[in-house]
Design a binder for this molecule. Structure first.
Ligand SMILES: Cc1cc2nc3c(=O)[nH]c(=O)nc-3n(C[C@H](O)[C@H](O)[C@H](O)COP(=O)(O)O)c2cc1C
Length: 176
């Protein structure tokens, strides 16, 4: 199934931005035992850092995904077609992979990626495969806007971390 059409990582981003600003996309990582875990994300950036194409995801430190990304330095972002997979996105955005196999619980299918260990979500149609080049914690004293601290209930040790993933492959697996 993974014979989809490649595209320039910076083109064709409408589906990604549409997903991030509505129901979300799937961030897939693997834990230390190699088990894949999909987590719903609404935050993400694509751009150029270190003269390379970079997908930055922001993951809060208490997420199982944070542990996974620290154990295995790669991730996939799989993007559903507009309006699709709402129930799966809701489950993967409210339940933790510490407690269950979220692929099975959400009725979605892990499919071998091209370049990295974490699988893509087969039911999605756009995929970004990334290897982590760096990560950085958003430290509490560095947050300039107090409203953010309040709104996101940030306390030391509970802020988000930014993971900078070099985009190794970007492709579409269906026209949906
Ligand atoms: C629409 C939506 C978007 C979300 N975006 C993010 C995000 O960008 N970063 C984050 O850390 N958590 C985000 N979450 C919360 C996680 O998906 C949620 O806490 C999840 O249960 C963590 O799973 P895990 O423990 O298996 O990693 C979002 C949740 C939803 C419903």
């Amino acid at each position: 199934m993974n014979e989809g059409r490649g595209f320039e990582w910076k083109d064709d981003t409408d589906q990604l931005w549409g997903a991030l600003s509505s129901g979300g996309a799937f961030l897939v990582s693997v834990d230390a035992a190699g088990r894949p875990n999909p987590m719903t994300i609404g935050w993400g950036q694509i751009g150029i850092v270190w003269s390379r194409p970079i997908f930055t995801v922001l993951v809060r430190q208490n997420r199982y995904t944070y542990e996974c990304l620290s154990a295995s330095p790669a991730f996939v972002v799989s993007v559903p077609a507009p309006g699709r997979l709402k129930d799966a996105l809701a489950l993967c955005g409210t339940k933790s992979g510490r407690l269950m196999d979220k692929f099975a619980a959400a009725g979605i299918t892990p499919h071998r990626a091209r370049c990295v260990e974490p699988p893509i979500v087969a039911e999605c149609s756009v995929h970004y495969e990334c290897r982590i080049l760096a990560r950085t914690l958003v430290a509490l004293p560095d947050i300039a806007d107090a409203e953010l601290v309040e709104r996101f209930s940030y306390v030391p040790g509970s802020t988000h971390a930014a993971f900078f993933g070099e985009i190794l492959a970007a492709y579409r697996t269906s026209r949906a």
